[in-house]
Design a protein around this ligand. Sequence first.
Ligand code: PEP
Ligand code: MN
Length: 357
Amino acid sequence: MIMEDLQQLLPEMYMKRPIIIAGPCSVESEKQVLTTAKELASNGIKIFRGGIWKPRTSPGGFEGVGAQGLPWMKKVKEETGMLVATEVANRNHVELALAVDIDILWIGARTSANPFAMQEIADALKDYGKDVPVLVKNPVNPDLELWIGAMQRIYNAGIRKLGAIHRGFSTYGKHLYRNLPQWHIPIELQRRMPNLPIFCDPSHIAGKRELIASLSQQALDMNFAGLIIESHCDPDVALSDKNQQVTPEVLNLILNTLVLRDKSTTTENLTLLRQQIDHINDEILELLAKRMRVTSEIGQFKKEHDMPVIQQARYNDLMEHLVKSGEELGLAPDFVRTILAAIHEESVRKQIEIVNR
Ligand code: PEP
Ligand code: MN
């Protein structure tokens, strides 16, 4: 597909920045949905989200109320005038949601990672034959091509009101974020598709309420088209994602603190590239720090076993191997040698310090 084609996208009303989509992770009951929606609407929110079908990690988790929740979403439209959005993961969901005039569909991170499911959804949209707005979340794994591929399938089904949602990427182990932001990936997506509206979902990146405001500000600073934030009338009793949901009142406070910055468009591409460099630099530093921590453990082991700090043969093998791998990645051998020598020198210094402690 020609990338520029994807750039037509959502109509004008969606292009005013930043667009806020808010609502509960899950639709739970008519009362919960209407209470939340009315409060959000009274704070000026125009698009309501609510998950009807919930992809839960483990069986036994709350899997959503299913089709019985659709009339409640319809009631939200009627009683508040908001547009409503829900997640679809298969043909049946698409057909049921569109039959009750759900205005915007989004595709979840587990679904966008699955080309079979994406194709099934695309086929259902094609059969429906209207240009409904569809927002595609990034796949759970950090794979930009897979994300773009998912959007291409929707595009090929005739959908031009297309947007993306950055919700972070799955990771293993304990981290500050539930899903790592890896901002360079949506930034690269935006660079390749300058007119694609990309929303940020700080709720699913954060996994906890306290981080939502700062993530939202970062997203706006990076020129995201809008935010999709989970909001529940009583988050502590929410049936899913309760730690990351905020009340409509708290959401209002968060939104009021956000600063909209003026962006000059002429340097936008350069800014995007620089943002990527900044994030990659951060990653390099984190990796170096991690490497030094392992180095220290090796130093400790050598001390306990009375081993010499420098093992020349190991160093030579390592250097030879990495110079070769570097060349395959397009890195000049001298460059790789210089960097490795500097890293090795610091590792040796650190180990000598430990051995002599
Ligand atoms: C959601 O939006 O509630 C959801 C399930 O999101 P994700 O697909 O990003 O995990
Ligand atoms: Mn959720």
